[in-house]
Design a protein around this ligand. Structure first.
Ligand code: CTP
Ligand code: MG
Length: 229
C-alpha cells in the first residue's frame, strides 16, 4: 500500500492555553500532546511523521518522541500555521525517504486524542482518489450570525465543524501552498487552499474526541477522557 506521511504542526505558542510549558509539550494522559498526536496518527495508518516545532525546542521534542513507533523528522515552523504546514511540506520534499509518499496528512498536534478510525477514514478517502479530505462533525449548538444590523439564526443542519487530520494528494497540496505564496492569501485550513485550486473536498465522519485543545478547559476535558481510555 502507498505510504502515508503526516505533517504534525506543533509550532504554535499556545497563548490561549497559557502556562510556561509550550502547548505541544503539555501532558495529557501521561504524555506530551505531540507524542499522543503522533501515536494516534500512527495507530490510524500513518507511516512516518514530520513534526513542525518552534525554534529552540528540537531537543525537547526529540526526547519526547524518541519512543515513537514510526520514523519522525523535525523542522522549524513559521509565524502562522499556514507557514508551518508549508515548512513541513518542504521538509518532506527534501527528504529522500519521504519524497516518495503520494499521500500526506496535515494534523494539529493540539488534537491529541483523535481516534485512529478518523485517521483511517481520511486515508481511505485519499487512497480512493480524493485530492482533499476532511473529517467533520455536526454542529450541536444553535448558531447565530451577527452583523451590524443585529443577528439571525443560521440553519445548523447545513453546517459542519472541520477537524484534522486532513488528507491530501501531496502534489496537489504543495501546489495549493505555492499558490498561496504567490497570491499572499491566508487560509485557516489546508482543504480551503486545495479547494481554491478547483478540487472538491471529500467529507468523512470526524469525532468529538478529535477536538482541539485550545483553552485550559479543553486540557481538563482531554485529561479526563485520556484517563478513561
Ligand atoms: N501552529 C503552528 N505554527 C504556528 C501556529 C500554530 O504549527 N505558527 C500549530 C499549533 O502548534 C497547533 C495547531 O497549529 O497544533 C493549531 O493551532 P492553535 O490551536 O491555534 O495553537 P496555538 O497557535 O499554539 O495556540 P494559540 O492560538 O492559543 O496561541
Ligand atoms: Mg493559534
Amino acid at each position: 500500500m502507498e505510504p502515508v506521511v503526516a505533517v504534525v504542526v506543533a509550532a504554535g505558542s499556545g497563548v490561549r492555553l497559557g502556562g510556561r510549558t509550550p502547548k505541544a509539550l503539555r501532558f495529557v494522559g501521561g504524555r506530551p500532546l505531540v507524542s499522543a498526536s503522533v501515536a494516534a496518527l500512527a495507530a490510524g495508518g500513518a507511516d512516518a511523521a514530520v513534526v513542525v516545532l518552534a525554534e529552540g525546542l528540537q531537543d525537547d521534542f526529540q526526547q519526547v518522541l524518541a519512543d515513537a513507533t514510526v520514523p519522525v523528522r523535525f523542522v522549524v515552523g513559521g509565524a502562522t500555521r499556514q507557514e508551518s504546514v508549508a515548512n513541513g511540506l518542504a521538509a518532506i520534499a527534501a527528504d529522500p525517504e519521504l519524497a516518495g509518499c503520494r499521500l500526506v496528512l496535515v494534523h494539529d498536534a493540539a488534537r491529541a486524542l483523535v481516534p485512529p478510525e478518523v485517521t483511517a477514514r481520511v486515508i481511505a478517502a485519499v487512497r480512493a482518489g480524493a485530492r482533499g479530505c476532511v473529517p467533520v462533525t455536526a454542529v450541536v449548538d444553535t448558531i447565530r450570525e451577527v452583523d451590524e444590523g443585529g443577528s439571525h439564526v443560521v440553519d445548523r443542519s447545513r453546517l459542519r465543524a472541520v477537524q484534522t487530520p486532513q488528507g491530501f494528494d501531496r502534489e496537489v497540496l504543495v501546489e495549493a501552498h505555492a499558490r498561496l505564496r504567490v497570491t499572499g492569501e491566508h487560509v485557516t485550513d489546508d482543504a480551503a487552499a486545495v479547494e481554491a485550486l478547483g478540487w472538491p473536498i471529500v467529507l468523512v465522519e470526524g469525532s468529538r474526541e478529535a477536538f482541539k485543545i485550545t483553552e485550559p478547559f479543553d486540557l481538563a476535558v482531554a485529561e479526563a477522557l485520556a484517563g478513561g481510555r
